[in-house]
Design a protein around this ligand. Sequence first.
Ligand code: AOS
Ligand code: ZN
Ligand code: ZN
Length: 387
Amino acid sequence: MGILSQDILDQLEKQAIELPSWAFGNSGTRFKVFGTPGTPRDPFEKISDAAQVHKYTGLAPTVALHIPWDMANFADLRKHAEDEGVALGTINSNTFQDDDYKFGALTHEDATIRNKAIDHHLACIDVMDETGSRDLKIWLAEGSNYPGQADMRGRQDRLQESLQKIYARLGDDQRLVLEYKFFEPSFYHTDVPDWGTSYAQVSALGDKALVCLDTGHHAPGTNIEFIVMQLLRLGKLGSFDFNSRFYADDDLIVGAADPFQLFRIIFEVVRGGGLNNPDVQFMLDQCHNVEDKIPGQMRSVLNVQEMTARALLVDTEKLRAAQVAGDVLGAHQVFMDAFYTDVRPALAEWRESRGLAADPMAAFAASGYLEKIAADRVGGQQASWGA
Ligand code: AOS
Ligand code: ZN
Ligand code: ZN
């Protein structure tokens, strides 16, 4: 495999990236949702599509579910996933599509509504018990639009109280990951806007509560890899939602907008011991509005794999020596040499050696799966909101 040492290949072999079930449903913007022929009509078909990504890439053995979008008989769904060669993963809660939550859910002024939102999370943990999932991922669409509209301090306190009730219900092997996002759907303030707030909230809960970092949830120019480094250093990076952004929370294919940023992030993951560390879940949080969904997910996991290979190519001894010597340009060059290395031919060769297609995208296109689901499935559901 030429440029990729056995050590690097051993690490790549272990890589696993969780897919979001909602990536396989139709999604769009507030202007239009374009349907795709063959879109899954239920969670079972989403799992089948996700399994295709794993079949061709060997990179995506688990699928995250969203409750209530993926309500099903979970014992059957779990069995179906196993039959398809994948497993069910993170459970995502939803407190953003109910009129009751217009002014908040876990932070709401009204205890009745807070309790309803807490109960939803407890129900999600019941689902986790059935699916065998470890993680409950919480993203809260809570905040305010106008200065003075809300008591921000009181909301933080209520958030902590609500989270404590959810945390108390977690099993010994289960975890809660709290995602942050600096804006949207609220525009003045968001109750969990940044890693610091998420960190403060989860730290007050305990060891089983960690931060989820969605790469699309930062202001332009934010040094995301610094946040990755810090959360790993603090032992509180629980999971990633990978995607890429040009403008806002675009949820585009990870590594498409800024491959160098993805490289820098994964370099810090490696540096901080987060690669192939079960405590740090890699997951995609993407939607495919105009491109085919299964190939879109394939491209995404392959992008993560390619940048992981490049990050592993950094000559860390040389880098460290240059850093210690104050050799600014020397250190930078070591870093950039790895980034500019084209690992694609070596990865293709390695895939073949493991019985996978050298070019998973082409092999999948040739398989006829998309044509088959377009013919077999009529009336695909709109599975997502373009989150
Ligand atoms: C929303 O912006 C967040 O990225 C969420 O992680 C996610 O997209 C949503 O919960 C869909 O399940
Ligand atoms: Zn997310
Ligand atoms: Zn998002």
